[in-house]
Design a protein around this ligand. Structure first.
Ligand SMILES: [Zn+2]
Length: 122
């Protein structure tokens, strides 16, 4: 077993992750289209490019653009489920997941909607 294989095989713990920050470009783009919400990116490639952020402000730009497409329970479910699939792939066996309710309630999304989607994915 080489070092890469060893690292892949080791169980891991993710001690602090904000679920909104795990948004994969493909899923962000798909949910934006599903909900007919404009994001400042024309393609999955543009979203990927935006993830190469270079300072806090450029990170927050894509973070809030992504969070903005989350409206329905299914959206929160899909976001969390995609993250959990990635955890399984990377052998993350423990994760301490955070979410930012005020980012959603300030846009008129009910707290219960956010929680229901995340809980169902768990
Ligand atoms: Zn934090």
């Amino acid at each position: 077993m080489n070092q890469i294989e060893l690292i892949r095989a080791l169980p891991k713990a993710e001690l602090h992750v904000h679920i909104e920050g795990t948004f994969e470009p493909e899923l962000m783009f798909a949910i934006a289209q599903r909900n007919q919400i404009q994001i400042p990116y024309q393609s999955v490639e543009e979203v990927k490019h935006a993830y190469n952020f270079h300072n806090l402000q450029s990170f927050l730009g894509i973070y809030y653009a992504g969070a903005n497409v989350l409206v329905h329970e299914q959206d929160f479910y899909d976001l969390a489920w995609a993250y959990f699939e990635k955890c399984a792939e990377d052998r993350v066996v423990h994760t301490e997941m955070f979410f930012d309710p005020q980012t959603h309630t300030e846009r008129g999304v009910e707290f219960a909607t956010v929680l229901a989607g995340l809980k169902r994915a768990c």
